[in-house]
Write a protein that binds this ligand. Structure first.
Ligand code: PAF
Length: 283
């Protein structure tokens, strides 16, 4: 497996692959890899001739500098995991290498057709501008045939699909199902920040969401929304930041179950100081 640290090296690497007409599968990550990432990489390896993974904690998508500072960084362990699943190359630049000073200090403003005005976009202002800034630059550099994203970051996936359409990137975006721990907790790099006790507590998020899918049609959207928040907050140490039941295509909240054919509940919960996100599909 090749480890690439500079943009110049990556450009040369990709140019050589393109000259041989190789299909490139790409998985952008911020490292601290877990089974959820590895599933994406396994698919990228299986479906393409070459699989490139980026490991880069992107400073421009963090609106909270504390969150950025405590984000886990584990490149050595990540590289070993990537090698074990057949990854071809890792691109792991420093922030100074990846961004010019101007890029680092400019607030990018993309138009997401309202997709960014709800949920994560509302609670993390500027977050998706930073995500699109980094992913669009990575797409320009890596020129992937296919790029793989987890459905845990449901809103991010919708925004990336929108970005690809509006910027006319020639890449197929592949959304992959959430990978969960045995307890049901969605796999996340942030789980490493939880104590064992908090990990068990956080499993209640998925348990409550999953249970609600068995009786949702017997309640109104508003009743289910409020009951879900109450059921999670009942666990001391968990606090829901938001829970939105949305049309899965537009990400706008629905009023009635009949308002959309594709309905997803998206939630963010603080477990102590660790911010966890998850979602569940109703129909
Ligand atoms: O989902 C993530 O880990 C990040 O938002 C991404 C897509 C790698 C961009 O930094």
């Amino acid at each position: 497996m090749d480890l690439i640290k500079s943009i110049a090296e990556l450009e040369q690497y990709v140019a050589a692959l393109k000259a041989e007409n190789k299909k490139i599968g790409f998985v952008p990550t911020m490292g601290a890899l877990h089974e959820g990432h590895l599933q994406l990489v396994r698919r990228a390896v299986a479906e393409n001739e070459v699989a490139i993974v980026s490991v880069f904690v992107n400073p421009t998508q963090f609106n909270d500098k504390n969150d950025l500072a405590k984000y886990p960084r584990t490149l050595e362990a990540d590289s070993a995991l990537l090698e074990s699943v057949g990854c071809t190359a890792v691109f792991a630049p420093s922030a100074e290498e990846f961004y010019t000073e101007e890029e680092m200090n400019t607030t990018f403003q993309f138009d997401f057709a309202g997709l960014d005005e709800v949920m994560e976009g509302k609670f993390r202002p500027g977050h998706f501008n930073g995500v699109v800034q980094v992913v669009s630059k990575l797409f320009h550099l890596v020129q992937p045939t296919r790029a793989y994203f987890g459905e845990k970051d449901f809103q991010q996936l919708a925004i990336i699909r929108h970005m690809v359409r509006s910027m006319q990137f020639d890449v197929e975006i592949i959304g992959c199902p959430i990978v969960r721990e045995e307890s049901g907790l969605a796999r996340s790099s942030r789980n490493t920040l939880l104590t064992e006790e908090q990990r068990a507590l956080a499993a209640n998020i998925h348990a409550v969401l999953k249970e609600s899918t068995s009786f949702y049609s017997m309640t109104t959207v508003h009743e289910l929304h409020d009951a879900t928040i109450a059921a999670i907050n009942r666990h001391e140490g968990l606090e829901v930041e938001y829970y939105d039941i949305v049309n899965g295509d537009t990400l706008q909240s629905i009023e009635k179950w009949e308002d959309a054919d594709y309905v997803v509940g998206c939630i963010t919960v603080y477990c102590g100081s660790v911010r966890l996100i998850d979602n569940i599909r109703f129909k």
